[in-house]
Design a binder for this molecule. Structure first.
Ligand SMILES: N[C@@H](CCC(=O)N[C@@H](CS)C(=O)NCC(=O)O)C(=O)O
Length: 230
């Protein structure tokens, strides 16, 4: 029998996008080697395999490289045996892709800015927008264990950054965007997600993330100011 091709993941400690790829590998039960980048000094390996965006994560499967976290999750689902991450039927697949895209294209920006923007009317507008988007996710999770139904799927993993990182951002930035009073179903889902038997094996600890993001807080606030207050 031929040897399975080696699976390696280029990621960076504390990256919510890198977590997506790791969570998908864990849920599918795919063994992999983790290569952690220093994003302040990117390696030749990362630049070779993701020359377009130069971002982590990048999945290496044998001599093939796959970049972009959502693309990586779908690749892992297609290329390996194990619990499915997308439904089998075309409409279910389209629906899961729609919500994963919603998280990346509509949700993430105001969510991020609601933490790192300096106080004032613009920040308040981003907090309002972030909460409107959280309400849409709250509507999706109501009555379900996971966005994928009874088991974790693409949308859960895409939203995994909300589950573990939101509490960290709230503590470091001193801003409350997602509370159990306003979003009870989403908060319960977040608890289920972070304590899931596969996911919890590859999640950075909350305390480590607080230390990491505290060290980046000033830089994030500067980036938010430079990009959106000029
Ligand atoms: N759209 C990308 C985003 C990945 C991303 O933003 N990665 C960050 C780390 S969390 C990165 O590599 N940053 C390097 C840089 O900004 O130069 C994905 O979904 O994979």
């Amino acid at each position: 029998m031929s040897q399975p091709e080696a699976v390696k993941l280029i990621s960076a400690f504390g990256s919510p996008f890198g977590h997506r790829a790791e969570a998908a590998l864990y849920v599918k039960g795919v063994p992999y080697e983790l290569i952690l980048e220093d994003l302040g000094s990117k390696s030749g390996l990362l630049l070779k395999h993701n020359p377009v965006h130069k971002f982590v994560p990048v999945l290496l499967h044998g001599d093939r490289a796959v970049a972009e976290s959502i693309v990586i999750i779908e690749y892992i689902d297609d290329a390996f045996e194990g619990p499915p991450l997308l439904p089998a039927d075309p409409y279910g697949r389209a629906d899961a892709r729609f919500w994963a895209q919603f998280i990346d294209q509509k949700f993430s920006r105001p969510f991020w800015l609601s933490f790192w923007m300096e106080d004032g009317p613009r920040k308040e507008a981003f907090v309002k927008e972030a909460k409107e988007n959280l309400a849409l996710l709250e509507g999706q999770i109501k009555g379900r264990r996971f966005f994928g139904g009874d088991a974790i799927g693409l949308v859960d993993i895409a939203a995994g950054g909300v589950a573990r990182w939101v509490g960290v951002f709230q503590e470091v930035a001193g801003v409350r965007v997602m509370s159990g009073e306003e979003f009870p179903d989403l908060c319960q889902w977040a608890e289920r997600y972070v304590s899931h038997e596969s996911v919890n094996k590859c999640l950075p600890s909350r305390d480590e993330l607080v230390v990491l993001y505290s060290s980046w807080k000033a830089m994030y606030m500067q980036v938010a100011k430079a990009k959106f207050c000029s």
